[in-house]
Design a protein around this ligand. Structure first.
Ligand SMILES: [Zn+2]
Length: 249
């Protein structure tokens, strides 16, 4: 039964994530305003807004104008449910669940918006910073000094890199790593940064080999940093332990 509740909650939050992904880059109000079809602007009915299921019931098309609805909508909702279960299995249904789940959802929104538009809205980084502060309240075991160093351990090298090679990173990426640094503390922030850089390099190599990009083209870094932050949030401590054991031997 509890899994059912987690499913309902997470798919609804995923549905709201879709609203943010669509409206934030257009600077539209995301709190008020009924949901509408982006093509014919018809207000959606209740049954068109059931997370995940509506897309399949509508066969991926608007009920009125038959305009194709992107598969991104159900995908974001399905990924949200996946993230929700991952959080639930890690921390149970506690205050921590809500903090970690909202952080991950925020990172999902950051990833999709950055992927689509090559920019990260400031509001999302500020929201992440607020959640990081709340997390400090519940997790004093990551000390303030640990967190303050975390704020610069990845963001500062990125910022310096930006001065040397302009536009190597976006300002949004730097701010993302400042907020994430306070959330994770410096050791886990290093893990997050490393995973981000490694996964981004693999993706860039893939694009180069497939000739979908040249050496000069830009690619969004936010999705990879977000992946790193999420993985470090869940598995950072174990990864550091394994690494330290390997070094000791
Ligand atoms: Zn329509």
């Amino acid at each position: 039964m509890i899994y059912f509740y987690v499913f309902i909650l997470c798919s609804c939050v995923g549905s709201f994530a879709n609203v943010l992904i669509y409206r934030l880059p257009k600077k539209e109000n995301f709190v008020n305003g009924r949901s509408y079809c982006p093509n014919c602007h018809h207000i959606l009915r209740m049954r068109d807004m059931i997370p995940i299921f509506s897309w399949f019931l509508l066969k991926g098309k608007c009920h009125w104008c038959q305009h194709k609805i992107s598969i991104r909508y159900p995908l974001v909702e399905i990924v949200s449910v996946g993230i929700g279960f991952l959080c639930f299995m890690n921390v149970g249904l506690s205050v921590d669940f809500f903090i970690i789940f909202f952080i991950c959802e925020l990172l999902l929104v950051v990833s999709v918006i950055d992927f689509n538009t090559m920019m990260i809205p400031n509001g999302l980084n500020v929201s992440l910073a607020i959640l990081a502060f709340i997390s400090y309240w519940f997790h004093p075991e990551i000390s303030l000094i640990h967190r303050l160093i975390g704020m610069i351990v990845i963001s500062l090298p990125m910022f310096v890199m930006n001065l040397i090679v302009s536009h190597s990173f976006g300002g949004g990426d730097v701010k993302l790593m400042i907020a994430a640094g306070f959330l994770l503390g410096w050791t886990k922030t290093l893990v997050a940064g490393l995973i981000g850089i490694m996964s981004a390099s693999i993706y860039a190599l893939y694009l180069l080999i497939k000739k979908r990009a040249s050496r000069k083209s830009h690619m969004p870094f936010g999705p990879f940093l977000s992946l790193g932050i999420m993985m470090s949030l869940f598995y950072g401590t174990s990864m550091i332990d394994i690494y330290l054991q390997l070094v000791n031997f």
